[in-house]
Design a protein around this ligand. Structure first.
Ligand SMILES: [Zn+2]
Length: 122
């Protein structure tokens, strides 16, 4: 009888240990769910901001931008020659010209890598 009581006690302790672990997991799951909800809200807000910005861009420029993004391989559509991972000679000379003129008023695409370039101070 005592042996049975000992086994039963051990089993109860194990069960309560398992239940405590399940409770910890549930708390952690709730935290993760809250994080996911927060990120989903942030994503929806950013998508809204993006849609608003896109509405202010010339549709032809946006179309070019999206095709560059899709085709670039590294997700870079707009760059300075200084930070362009391709760093072709055409970019570099165009960038030098743009930096001297100090203007970013028109859309300039590198004829070689097709990326949209903007002048930056170096
Ligand atoms: Zn280029």
């Amino acid at each position: 009888m005592e042996e049975i009581d000992a086994v039963s006690k051990e089993q109860k302790e194990k069960e309560s240990g398992v239940n405590a672990e399940i409770e910890k997991i549930n708390v952690f799951k709730k935290e993760l769910d809250a994080e996911v909800t927060a990120h989903e809200k942030e994503l929806a807000a950013l998508k809204g901001e993006r849609a608003e910005m896109v509405s202010r861009i010339d549709p032809a420029v946006y179309k070019t931008y999206m095709s560059l993004l899709r085709d670039s391989g590294d997700g870079v559509a707009v760059t300075t020659a200084r930070t362009n991972s391709v760093r072709d000679a055409t970019c570099i000379s165009l960038h030098s010209f743009m930096s001297k003129s100090g203007k970013n008023e028109e859309i300039i695409q590198c004829p070689q890598c097709r990326r949209i370039l903007y002048a930056s101070e170096e």
